[in-house]
Design a binder for this molecule. Structure first.
Ligand code: CA
Length: 541
């Protein structure tokens, strides 16, 4: 055994992904949301303070599952077919998913939740989970939608959208129920085999849908408003050792009003209350999954990982344009299961939560979610790509309990990590095509307390790009100039040092371009042309 855990038996692996959750929402990362299950993982495991995703749903899933950069596997933006000039939007054949890698070595493989890596979501095809290594699949193929009646809901390869018509059905709970069922069935039928389960929640992605009793827990919790709450989060993050006291809180986004200028504070608070309730429900589900691992005697030798796919999301949903916006993904359901009209968009005064609403929490609360950083989902400044990352594995990590790691890591590191703990080989070919070498490296030594050797990290999304080398980060928004930050001194990216370090800017920009060319990054100008032709919206710049 290479893994060296005390039992000599290969561990089970449970990989849990949240959707659009900011860096500092959960309690163990300074937030207001009550997350006891995640707190327990943090107390018994390792928390990373500089773990990075790739700023958007599909690209992050593509990278997480394959150990490659999203552009290398066909998923540069979303699951739209923009070939031949743009990205194919369909998970490429010449890459291996974690499920494929682990299944090959005897693991049972399960997916409960969101996929978002296939263009065709109607007819089973080679980019569906069941054909990418998952023995069993329950979940949605699409990226977002109603939590009460999601589109593209599938079990294995059969559309089961009608199941959601059942009384009390709610997607977050259904993801948990199916995950628990997979564990229970595994115990009954394959208990001698190790398992890999990917639990891919859609919480807290818009729309703001949550149970009334969960929303009620957060009544008044956000009434102080984003300005005070951002300060409080920073203080808790510093106390926890996650954020350096020398890093200044980024200013409130200039497009966000001061809280005391907000006209409809009750409605504004209600948006954040529902967002918190979405995370709360996910945490309750994670608690149930952990209970099931405990009940089947597997928890001690299970590596559990938790992270979010991108930073908090500033997408607003003006009522007049929300239908067009949402329908560029999948058509909006216009009536609830009981036949009531669904009122689309952020209508001030209309409380979100129930099925008859379809809202987002918007820029101001996303600014809170990503405290203390700048920017959001879509951008590769720290607010767009920084995620909580928690790892627990009692038998394998031993004395890791409650430790923080400041090692800069990226999604491409997850597959090599899981391959190492499972004693699996990274394949060289798939479907007779060569697979690119893994881009990341195993985090197992870091999880056990050592530091990794120096290396560069890279990001690109919609023309926003960045490279990190040691303490230096070069970052650029589309159509803007490069900015250079000393992340050790200024992780909140407030002091652009590019003018003083021209040589370094040139070196890092050259490294970025070499990476982008090697990995098949398509220039945003090309993407813009395709999007304009096909009537798709890009985020404001
Ligand atoms: Ca997402």
């Amino acid at each position: 055994m290479t893994t060296g855990n005390a039992s000599g038996r290969r561990p089970d692996i449970v990989l849990i992904l949240a959707d659009e959750m900011g860096f500092s929402d959960i309690a163990s990362y300074g937030g207001e949301v009550n997350t006891p299950a995640l707190d327990r993982l943090a107390e018994n495991g390792v928390r990373f303070t500089q773990f990075y995703n790739t700023a958007r749903c599909s690209p992050s899933r593509a990278s997480l599952l394959t150990g490659l950069h999203p552009h290398q596997v066909g998923i540069g933006i979303l699951n739209f077919d923009d070939s031949p000039d743009g990205y194919p939007g369909n998970l490429a054949e010449n890459c291996a998913t974690i499920a494929e890698v682990l299944k090959e070595t005897g693991y049972a493989t399960y997916l409960s939740g969101k996929w978002h890596l296939a263009v065709d979501m109607d007819t089973p095809n080679s980019a569906w989970p069941t054909r990418r290594g998952f023995d069993r699949f329950f979940g949605t193929l699409e990226g977002a939608g109603s939590f009460y009646q999601p589109r593209t809901l599938v079990r294995d390869e059969e559309n089961i959208e009608t199941e959601a018509a059942a009384d009390g059905w709610f997607y977050t709970d259904a993801i948990t129920d199916n995950a628990v069922q997979f564990l229970s069935d595994h115990d009954a039928h394959r208990s001698d085999d190790p398992l890999f389960m990917f639990v891919s929640y859609t919480a807290p992605h818009w729309p703001l849908h949550a149970h009334r009793e969960d929303i009620a827990k957060y009544a008044d919790r956000f009434d102080e408003g984003w300005d005070v709450l951002r300060e409080q989060r920073l203080e808790r993050l510093v106390t926890a050792g996650i954020i350096d006291p020398g890093w200044r809180l980024s200013d409130r986004d200039e497009r966000v009003p001061a809280w005391d200028q907000v006209p409809d504070k009750a409605w504004e608070s209600s948006r954040m209350e529902v967002y918190a309730a979405q995370i709360d429900r996910m945490d309750q589900g994670i608690g149930r999954i952990m209970d099931q691992l405990e009940a089947t005697g597997r928890v001690e030798n299970t590596l559990v990982l938790f992270l979010s796919d991108n930073g908090g999301c500033a997408e607003e949903m003006p009522p007049e344009s929300v239908k067009e916006f949402v329908s560029s993904f999948v058509p909006l359901k216009e009536t609830s299961r009981s036949g009531e009209a669904v009122v689309p968009g952020n209508v001030p005064g209309l409380r979100p939560g129930p099925e008859e609403t379809y809202q987002s929490y918007g820029r101001a609360w996303a600014n809170l979610s990503n405290t203390p950083f700048r920017e959001y989902k879509h951008w590769v400044h720290e607010g767009g790509i920084s995620t909580p990352f928690i790892a627990q594995w009692p038998l394998g990590l031993g004395s890791a309990t409650g430790r923080l790691s400041a090692e800069p890591c990226q999604l491409v590191d997850v597959l090599p990590t899981l391959a190492e703990v499972a004693d699996a080989d990274y394949p060289r070919h798939r479907m007779r095509q060569p697979i690119p070498p893994a881009e990341g490296r195993s985090l197992l030594p870091v999880l056990r307390g050592t530091s990794g050797a120096a290396r560069d990290l890279f990001w690109e999304h919609e023309g926003n790009c960045a490279v990190r080398r040691g303490k230096w980060k070069l970052v650029r928004k589309f159509r803007h100039h490069w900015e250079l930050y000393d992340i050790e001194a200024d992780r909140t990216e407030l002091h652009d040092l590019a003018p003083q370090h021209g040589d370094l800017v040139r070196d890092l920009a050259a490294a970025y371009q070499e990476w982008a060319d090697r990995c098949g990054v398509i220039p945003r100008d090309v993407v813009l042309r395709i999007y304009t032709t096909r009537g798709r919206g890009l985020p404001e710049e």
